[in-house]
Design a protein around this ligand. Structure first.
Ligand code: TYD
Ligand code: MG
Length: 443
């Protein structure tokens, strides 16, 4: 059974009559009449009667490795068998490449089906050759979800890769592939397939230019895991992070590099990011230790401060929160008397990384001061600390991990807020109470 409703193609808002403007996301002219099947709206699983928590028997979730330790970590220790994983990213970022490589690795042990709605089997084969994959994967070009279900069950496949969900469709809905109803209902069907037949399924999803999952966020609620593959086009490295994970934490980061034969894991990110032409003795450069999930890595932040030629000073922050940057500049002006309001200030995190934690504050501010004064910072030191509005420097979490990593990479000094250290380190520790003291001691 199915019924006709109007669906916003941007956010999935439903109405029974056409509207010019979506009340959900405020976009204009985004409603399209679509059929949705009523059957798929029933809950996927679950008993009708309540059960006491003590009476329920748990089975341990079975996980298997993807063959990429970077990806296993992001997933929380491998893929859970029978889970539905959505991999999202901009077109051309490497989603098909990553999952084809994964298929090649898992194909050694399990039965793998790669369903493509975008490329022909011969095109996929050409790519596989480039990735040195010879065997272990069955390929098919198919976009009809019902047919795919049949093939998956008949062929007894353990792992199914669907490239991409926006090309999949159910003929009974009548609308074109990629519309909200199609994407949502197809995802629902893959969800059922994974749960009822215990099949592990990876769906590839494209994002639209404004950063939304095309056909849209409703998918995120349905799947078990949502992974984002990010990176900049002119840069070779790619970051894999999870924004939703029913089986693990969401703050781990996987790092890959796109090379001639596919994506290569970067297991020593600190060396990788620091090696990107570091100008150790130039003013405006500071090294910080960022902690992403359980893993620390060192990154260089660079600042450039120059007198404003005309009008309002410019502020640009790449890889760092713009508002936070402006706030830190205001602290410098007000508390330390630096006339940053008549200077342009640019900040860049080297390598195209994004640093989101407050522990980077001290490094950022000192890079700015270093550029302002045209004096380099000690090149064998790392800088850590969150800065408050009064110029005080606050403790950071995970200090031991961070310092061990800095030490491993040959850094000799750590510039830190006053906080107790209950581990042994060879590094020379320099404490700062506040920014005033830091600048007095360093310049
Ligand atoms: P692709 O996986 O097709 O991206 P997506 O599926 O996310 O749209 O990757 C496309 C880009 O990756 C393409 O521009 C070429 C590059 N690439 C490499 O650099 N090395 C490789 O081995 C492969 C297969 C692709
Ligand atoms: Mg692709």
């Amino acid at each position: 059974m199915s019924k006709k409703i109007y669906l916003c193609q941007n956010c999935g808002y439903e109405t029974y009559k056409w509207l010019g403007r979506c009340p959900g996301c405020e976009s204009w002219n985004s409603f399209v009449e679509e059929k949705v099947s009523v059957k798929n709206r029933e809950r996927v699983a679950g008993e009708a009667k309540p059960v006491g928590i003590a009476e329920l028997v748990t089975v341990e979730t079975k996980r298997f490795s993807t063959g990429f330790s970077e990806m296993d970590r992001v997933l929380g220790g491998g893929v859970v068998s029978g889970s539905l994983v959505l991999l999202v990213g901009d077109p051309g970022i490497g989603k098909s490449t990553l999952l084809l490589q994964l298929a090649g690795k898992i194909g050694q042990k399990q039965k793998v089906l790669y369903v493509s709605g975008e490329e022909s089997p011969v095109q996929i084969k050409l790519r596989a050759e480039r990735l040195n994959i010879q065997e272990g994967i069955d390929l098919i070009t198919q976009t009809n979800v019902t047919e795919i279900e049949e093939i998956a069950v008949k062929g007894n496949y353990d792992l199914i890769i669907v490239d991409s969900i926006q090309t999949m469709y159910l003929p009974e809905l009548g609308s074109a592939p990629g519309t909200v109803a199609q994407v949502r209902e197809s995802t629902g069907r893959f969800m059922r397939l994974s749960k009822e037949k215990n099949k592990t399924i990876f769906l590839i999803g494209h994002v639209t230019k404004d950063g939304y999952l095309a056909g849209p966020r409703v998918m995120e609620h349905m799947v078990d895991v949502v992974l984002y593959l990010e990176g900049e086009r002119h840069n070779t490295f790619r970051l894999l992070r999870s924004v939703k994970n029913r089986f693990g934490s969401t703050n781990e980061l996987g790092i890959f590099e796109m090379v001639g034969d596919g994506l290569k894991e970067v297991s020593n990110p600190s060396e990788f990011f620091l090696s990107l032409d570091r100008h150790r003795d130039s003013p405006g450069s500071a090294v910080i230790v960022s902690l992403e999930g359980s893993r620390p890595f060192l990154v260089e932040v660079q600042a450039l401060v120059a007198p404003t030629g005309f009008g309002t000073p410019r502020r640009v922050a790449t890889g760092f929160d713009y508002n936070r940057f402006v706030l830190l500049l205001a602290v410098l002006e007000k508390k330390l008397g630096f006339r940053v309001s008549v200077h342009d200030a640019y900040l860049n995190v080297v390598g195209g990384l994004k640093v989101a934690e407050p522990a980077a504050d001290l490094g950022v501010v000192l890079a700015v001061v270093s550029s302002f004064r045209e004096e380099p910072l000690p090149n064998d030191g790392v800088f850590l600390g969150e800065i408050g509005l009064t110029g005080e420097i606050r403790p950071v979490i995970g200090l031991e991990k961070r310092l061990r990593e800095a030490e491993r990479l040959g850094f000799k000094k750590a510039f830190l807020p006053k906080q107790s250290i209950n581990f042994k380190t060879e590094m020379e520790i320099v404490y700062f109470k506040n920014l005033q003291e830091a600048i007095f001691k360093l310049f």
